[in-house]
Structure formats: C-alpha cells, structure tokens
Ligand binder design. Structure first.
Ligand SMILES: Cc1cc2nc3c(=O)[nH]c(=O)nc-3n(C[C@H](O)[C@H](O)[C@H](O)COP(=O)(O)OP(=O)(O)OC[C@H]3O[C@@H](n4cnc5c(N)ncnc54)[C@H](O)[C@@H]3O)c2cc1C
Length: 277
C-alpha cells in the first residue's frame, strides 16, 4: 500500500544520524506491517536497514540478533546451528517459531525480528521465541544511552511495550544456557494458514545449567507469561501456575475466544510437561 502522507525517507548509516525522531516520524525496518495498512500520521520514514548491523553474532555466551535480522535468517538457524553448535539443542525452535507467523517466503525474507517484537502483537512469533529462551533486549535512547529489558517486561499488553518516543530496539540476546536446553513446542491457529491463537513452549535446561523447567505462554495471552520451575513440575504445579494468569490477560480477537485459549493452553502445557519429564 502507498503511504501517501510520507514526504521524506531518511536512510541513516551511522548511529548519530538516527535522531532527532519526532511526531510524524516512524522507524522503518522490513516495512511488512507499515506498508500493510494506512498510516495517515506518518510524514517521514527512517530506514534502519542501512546501518550495517551484523544480522546475528554467535559466541560462547549465546546469540545476539540485530533488530534488523530477518525472519528467514532466524529460521535458517535451525538448519545451520547443529553443524556449528551441536550442543545448542534448542535449534529447532527458531524455525518452529517463524512458522507461528504464517506468511509467504517474501514476507519472511523482509520482516525483521525487531519489527515483530516492536509491534508487540499477542501473535508475535519472535516474542514467543524470545520468551521461551530468556531473551534480553537492548534499546538505544535518543540521548545516547541504552537500556536492556527482558522480553517479559518489554511487552506490556496487546500492541503495547516499554518503548518511549525516540527509542530504537537495537538487539535481542539469547543466552547459551537456554540454547543448550531441550524444547517442546505447541502452536494452534483456528485455520491452517491463520495467525496463531495459542503458542506454548516448554524448555528443560541441562543439569549443568541448573535443570530448570521453563513454560511460556504467548499468543493466547496479551503479553508473555513465563513460569520457571526448579525441576520438572507435577501436573498440579503446572495448573497452579497457569491459574495465576489474570482473566483479562487472555487474548480476545478473531483468532480465538479467551475461554478457548485458557482451556486449551493448559492442555498443551500438560502435554509438554509429560513429554519433557
Ligand atoms: C502476510 C502477513 C502475515 C503477518 N502475520 C503476523 C503474525 O502472525 N504475527 C505478527 O505479530 N505479525 C504478523 N504480521 C505483521 C508484521 O509483518 C510482522 O510482525 C513483521 O515481523 C514486522 O516486521 P517488519 O520488520 O516488517 O516491521 P515494520 O513494518 O518495518 O515495523 C513494524 C513497527 O515496528 C516499528 N519498528 C520496527 N523496527 C523497530 C526498531 N528496531 N525499533 C523501534 N521500532 C521499530 C516500526 O516503526 C513499526 O511501528 C504479518 C504481516 C503480513 C504482511
């Protein structure tokens, strides 16, 4: 769709060229959402894809994704990681979470991990990924400082987050301790090619990493809910944790009723618990 109120396209190549960002300015990453609906308030687009950020950096500590890393690049890790990091057994989760955003290969090659997280939709598949793997986000402020936030605190509700005007999500870090875990994944959507209604992911850390069991609920809820247990919980502990999710946190939209999401997400969580016990 043409954004016919846009008068200027800025393409900064250095950090200090990003600001000032004011009313009527919008960060442009892949543009797959920005160009998908009218944006009458936007006068200027600031394209962050020319900043030369390395899409992803692997180290012994984990993986740092630039916000501009595409979903296709994230998905590709499921195939490439086993050869270079065979101990990172969470590798299948990258592709699985990308398929929670059902879109054409063209969208996958363009949409970015940062754009998906900044939109902060319940069905944000990169929010599901980061929630399951202890994702920590780094944000640049206009005054030259930066702050970090766990994904569970970054997303505050349906399409809301902690970003202030002028803030730019720079990167998403996933620690090696989470990448070394075994994972279990369930996704449900009302139609095979529809947006996710429920995503539940379980993670069992290695004994050397503490043996924790981590259960995350996304899409079904307006923001991520992540529960950490010292070891594999029994079914009643899973049910008790699930019951703490507030009534008004279950997503209500065309992709599923809150009651369905609440009931079925518990069934899926118990399946994952049994599978990983
Ligand atoms: C066919 C199709 C299916 C889709 N399905 C889903 C789905 O299932 N779930 C879902 O969540 N979304 C979905 N989307 C919406 C969207 O395309 C994706 O969320 C995508 O990942 C957004 O990334 P982008 O890089 O294209 O973002 P853009 O469109 O470039 O930007 C999205 C928003 O984030 C802001 N932004 C982008 N990057 C940054 C940054 N680094 N710092 C600060 N602000 C930033 C932009 O200003 C804008 O407000 C779908 C879109 C299409 C076209």
């Amino acid at each position: 769709m043409d954004l016919n109120t846009v008068e200027v396209l800025s393409t900064p190549t250095r950090r200090d060229e990003l600001w000032p960002l004011g009313h009527g300015d919008a960060i442009l990453a892949g543009g797959t959402w920005l160009f998908s609906e009218p944006q009458p308030q936007i006068r200027r687009l600031v394209d962050i894809t020319r900043l030369g950020w390395q899409p992803m950096t692997l180290s012994d500590n984990g993986i740092e994704f630039a916000a501009t890393c595409t979903l296709a690049e994230v998905s590709g890790l499921s195939q490439s990681l086993p050869a270079v990091r065979p101990d990172w057994t969470a590798a299948p989760l990258f592709h699985q979470c990308c398929t929670a955003l059902l879109a054409s290969p063209k969208i996958w090659r363009t949409a970015t991990i940062g754009g998906n997280i900044c939109l902060s939709f319940p069905a944000g598949s990169m929010i599901s990924l980061a929630s399951a793997l202890d994702g920590d986000l780094a944000v640049w402020r206009a005054d030259g400082t930066r702050y970090t936030s766990p994904i569970t605190e970054f997303v505050t509700g349906s399409a809301t987050n902690v970003l202030q005007p002028g803030d730019i999500l720079r990167s998403i870090f996933l620690p090696a301790s989470a990448l070394r875990a075994r994972t279990g994944y369930r996704k449900l959507a009302p139609s095979p090619l529809g947006r996710s209604g429920i995503v539940v992911i379980g993670r069992r850390d290695t004994d050397d990493d503490g043996g924790r069991f981590v259960l995350s609920f996304t899409a079904a809820t307006v923001r991520p809910y992540v529960f950490t247990f010292g070891a594999i919980p029994d079914p009643s502990e899973v049910a008790a944790a699930h019951a703490t999710i507030p009534d008004d946190a279950w997503t209500r939209d065309a992709h599923g009723d809150p009651d369905w999401r609440r009931g079925v997400s518990l069934v899926l969580a118990q399946q994952i618990r049994s599978e990983m016990a």
